[in-house]
Design a protein around this ligand. Sequence first.
Ligand code: HEM
Length: 407
Amino acid sequence: MAQALRQLASIDVSDPTLYQDDTWRPLFTQLRRDDPVHYCEASSYGPYWSVTRYDDIFTVELDHETYSSASELGGIQVADQPKGRERGSFIRMDPPRHTAQRRTVAPIVAPSNLVNLEALIRKRTSDVLDALPRRETFDWVERVSIDLTNMMLATLFDFPWEDRMKLTWWSDVAIANVHSPDAVVHSEDERFAELDRMGKYFRGLWDQRAERSPSFDLISMLAHSDATRNMDPREFVGTLALLIVGGNDTTRNSMSAGLMALVENPAQLELLRARHDLIPNLVSETIRYHTPVLHMRRTATRDTELAGRRIAKGDKVVMWYISGNRDEEKIERADAFIIDRNKPRQHLAFGAGIHRCVGDRLAEQQLRILWEEILARDLRFEMMGPPVRLYSNFIRGIRSLPVRILD
Ligand code: HEM
């Protein structure tokens, strides 16, 4: 018994190798069963609580007064923001500032604009699929997932087309774990310098658009809104990084994860082929099953209690979406990929409450169109090797995925 408790106490789900090696499942199954709100006393990121069950994650999400996202308290990742290198943005704010800034950018992903974007997304998706090599191995991540999400991002910012790959680069820089040997940057200083370059580039675009009358793109919206026009340089860089990462990595990884899940579950693929009306369900199931954002962190603003555990003011509280989305108490056969579930939208991958993903419908739209166009062409894929996964405890990333289109 004592040994079992010791073993439980030593569980540290913040270790990025768990996600790089894809070995996280048994640990979360154990935590949900034996210690659903779990205290890890010693980790590379200091002590923290793990919230692992669906309903408890919801409780934390909905109580933003007790569980703060504020940058000054440490922000939204299990790793505190590096001192002197903090990046402010509305995901790392509480109301009322959060409310005003979120409202500034929300129109770009409002239903009316999504209708406007539909034809453009379909055209680009068709072009990308038609240009893929046949009977030859290629990297799905590079040729499809990165390309499509990058073009979308360039459109949202009305970013100079010829420079658009910079957006993907900055996104990779912003989320890199600097301790990983294959990271794109290897120190916080290096990251800071790269993002400073990003800030300078965007400042040029910003100044031009601030002088012109408002246009319908993210830079113009931010430059013309009372809530954002006077951001200090750190908040300026932080807000751009939020919008770039938000719109980029998550959707990119869902595009790769969906293909993998269907190739690994041929019966589900056959079902989809027979029933194209299941595409929206497939999209939700992919996002749940993959869970592109592994966690969000909050900081307790007062002493409180969660599922019988006493949490002290100042404690780090980490909501593991990856675990909540596999909670069998809430989702039947949660470890299985099932595209005709009864309630496919019941998942935590977009979070909940005031910070719930603002771009959820756009992400779903991009994925829906991708699958509509794949099925319209009756493309069949074969995996030509294992995926290479990202070393990160925050983004569940797929760095490469070798595939081949079958005849
Ligand atoms: C499958 C794709 C996506 C996933 C899984 C995802 C996931 C998330 C999650 C988990 C959060 C935090 C929720 C919380 O704290 O409760 C979030 C917030 C956010 N996402 Fe997404 N996201 C996706 C796509 C997008 C897209 C396409 C955009 C922009 C075009 C976007 C922009 C944002 C922004 C700006 C926030 C901050 C919202 C706030 O603090 O109020 N995301 N997303």
